[in-house]
Design a protein around this ligand. Structure first.
Ligand code: IMP
Length: 202
């Protein structure tokens, strides 16, 4: 069975393909499927709303089951911000450097024990028959006082996962990050629900 992925991000595609391959599910980008998907504006106020918006639009336009995700960082001391606005926290879309500067500044006077945070990822798979599966994965941790590590992307240099013994997410190898990431956890749950639905060969 072929699924289409509502993202141009090849790293997400690889991760999804790895997790869904054992189910006999092939994940295609829009380009590979030979269709053009409209870039959906992320107008939702929750990760779930945005993932559903993107997956349902991609499913409608392609006629194929479509997978989309939405993710971000929730910081306790900021009441859950930046949340769905993580990519746009410092204004310019996708400027990781400025986003981190703004976050460290906002938490300047917050002590270590109050710097709890989590990465959240919601995945939606929308089917042409109108049904959908929505799953959520969380990676708990805290925000460091300064950057470390040079891997990953986004807030990884200042995120200290609970499972990483004080190392930042950006200091972990891809395989180590994959093993504990919010995205991996949401995708594993999606694979499980697809199995329960009788999709694939597992
Ligand atoms: P999106 O779901 O790809 O739009 O990601 C939203 C934003 O959340 C990204 O631009 C990053 O700032 C942040 N983010 C999501 N996942 C991660 C991650 O695994 N590491 C670091 N930052 C992330």
């Amino acid at each position: 069975m072929n699924f289409i992925l509502a993202t141009h991000n090849l790293k997400k595609r690889e991760e999804l393909a790895r997790i869904l391959a054992p189910l006999g599910v092939r994940v295609l980008t829009a380009e590979e499927a030979g269709v053009t998907l409209t870039d959906v504006e992320e107008t939702g106020t929750t990760f779930e709303e945005n993932a559903v918006l993107k997956a349902e639009s991609g499913c409608r336009e392609s006629g194929m089951p479509c997978v989309a995700d939405d993710s971000g960082l929730e910081v306790d001391a900021l009441g859950g911000a930046p949340g769905v606005y993580s990519a746009r926290y410092a204004g310019a879309h996708g400027n990781d450097g400025k986003n981190i500067d703004k976050l460290l500044d906002a938490l300047r006077d917050v002590p270590r024990e109050a710097r709890g945070a989590r990465f959240v990822c919601t995945v939606c798979c929308a089917f042409p028959d109108g049904t959908r599966i929505v799953t959520r994965g969380v990676c708990g941790g805290s925000i460091a006082f300064a950057r470390s590590g040079d891997g990953g992307f986004g807030y990884d240099p200042v995120f200290l996962p609970d499972d990483a013994l004080g190392q930042s997410m950006a200091s972990l190898s891809d395989a180590q990050k994959d093993a504990i990431s919010h995205r991996r956890r949401a995708l594993e749950k999606l694979a499980q629900k697809l199995r329960e639905k009788g999709i694939g060969n597992a």
